[in-house]
Write a new protein. Structure first.
Length: 436
């Protein structure tokens, strides 16, 4: 995915599979390819070949169900959204857990099949965020693959209840495909329970920009100015770092950042216990309103192996209720010795102009310091990523300025302001708080 792409597309199910299946049962599903808001059905320039396969995903490890070949179906556009594709449920032990995976390939297939089926699954099902492009750039134009939530197997267990969740699978680099980050979504149209485009773009920026130890390479996909890159990297090498994600939804950004953090610290030279106090510690809060917290906690739990702190002094990711309209920040975020957050992350939080004032006020509160003493090192910042959806969003910039927030575009592009037809694309802005 290059920095110039305007929009992602996502594989999903118009008709999902049942939550329980009997061995040998015929299971009907209907694939769907759509936008992040599920409001636009995708029509590719050329028909895509969709592959569906039964898989097992446990503790970040992905493997195909033995003796089960993928089922293929062609996708040409909206006319295919209600076509039913039938698969046979595998003969597994009673109460076994499996998933149904779906990915897209160009016709002819981008990758020839290899003997190692798990390697194929890693290539096709995991979206890799790293600084180097895939060998075949055509992968970047394909829709994001999908894996259903757990499906239970048992004789006589067939029922009418459908799977109510799906997952997107990610890795931080091509060499780490077997440590899978799973971001679960809920089926349906609840806006806070899906992965959105801006989170994808900001995740890529974090992976490309944050220090990665000895393996760090220069980012090639995002042309980010060096001063902004240095500012962000300086914060991430300070003795402690507190990150607050606003409107977290699935907590994808918090999980990505914390997993990247663990990757960086693991690749750093080993240090003795005597050096432990000098190591940088991370505290990451994934915040949202009450209805989203359960999904946030689910995703934190699913990725616990990748988020585990290296010592008792580090707290990596926790959920927290944060209402932008509240008079005060939650007690967990209040500090007496500096800003409430070193880095604030906000992706696709700007689709509703009526929330702009509350959003800007919350960011300003998080970046403001409760101490009058001069701050050592780089000041706090916010990274705001947005997909340009509607011309009314242009009111955002005046609202930010009214709250002493300066915005600098660091990736993507600024939106066109001519009319709604031209209002498209995406951008990432670095926000800082001006002096009073």
């Amino acid at each position: 995915m290059s920095g110039s792409q305007a929009a992602y597309t996502y594989l999903s199910f118009q008709r999902p599979p049942p939550s329980r299946v009997a061995p040998g049962e015929a299971v009907g599903v209907s694939p769907l390819i759509c936008s992040d808001l599920r409001d636009l059905v995708h029509t590719p320039a050329e028909p895509l070949l969709l592959r569906l396969q039964w898989v097992v995903l446990q503790q970040g490890q992905l493997r195909a169900v033995p003796k089960q070949e993928p089922v293929s179906v062609t996708w040409s556009g909206p006319q295919d959204a209600y076509r039913v594709t039938t698969l046979t449920a595998p003969a597994l032990r009673h109460d076994a857990e499996l998933r149904l995976a779906m990915w897209a390939e160009h016709r002819p297939a981008t990758h020839k099949r290899r003997k190692n089926g798990e390697a194929d699954l890693g290539v096709h099902l995991c979206t890799a965020f790293d600084s180097r492009r895939h060998a075949d750039d055509a992968l970047d134009a394909l829709p994001i693959p999908v894996v259903t939530g757990p499906i239970r197997v048992g004789r006589g267990a067939a029922g009418n209840d459908k799977v109510d969740s799906t997952s997107r699978l990610f890795t931080l680099g091509r060499q780490e495909r077997y440590r899978v980050l799973e971001i679960r979504e809920q089926t349906g149209f609840a806006l806070d329970k899906h992965v959105w485009d801006a989170a994808m773009h900001l995740s890529r920026l974090l992976v490309e920009v944050l220090p990665a130890g000895a393996a760090e390479v220069e980012a090639k996909d995002l042309e980010m100015e060096r001063t902004a890159r240095n500012h962000l990297q300086s914060l991430c090498t300070a003795p402690s770092l507190r990150v607050v994600e606003l409107g977290a939804g699935t907590a994808m950004l918090s999980i990505m950042l914390a997993a990247l953090w663990n990757k960086r610290t693991a690749s750093s030279p080993a240090s003795s216990e005597d050096d432990a106090p000098s190591r940088t510690t991370l505290e990451c809060w994934a915040t949202d309103l009450e209805p989203a917290l359960s999904l946030i906690d689910t995703n934190i739990g699913l990725n616990s192996a990748s988020l585990a702190a290296r010592d008792d002094r580090s707290v990596l990711v926790r959920s927290l209720l944060l209402d932008w309209d509240a008079e005060k920040l939650p007690a967990e975020l209040r500090r007496t010795d500096g800003a409430a957050a070193d880095i604030v992350l906000a992706s696709d939080c700007t689709y509703n102009p009526s929330s702009f004032t509350a959003l800007a006020r919350t960011i300003a509160r998080l970046l403001s310091s409760s101490s009058s003493a001069a701050q050592d090192g780089p000041g706090p910042l916010a990274l705001l990523a947005k997909k340009h959806r509607h011309i009314d969003e242009e009111a955002l910039w005046d609202t930010l300025a009214a709250h002493r927030l300066s915005a600098r575009l660091i990736a993507g592009r600024a939106p066109s302001t001519h009319d709604d037809a031209d209002y498209e694309g995406w951008g990432i802005w670095l926000l800082t708080l001006d002096a009073a």
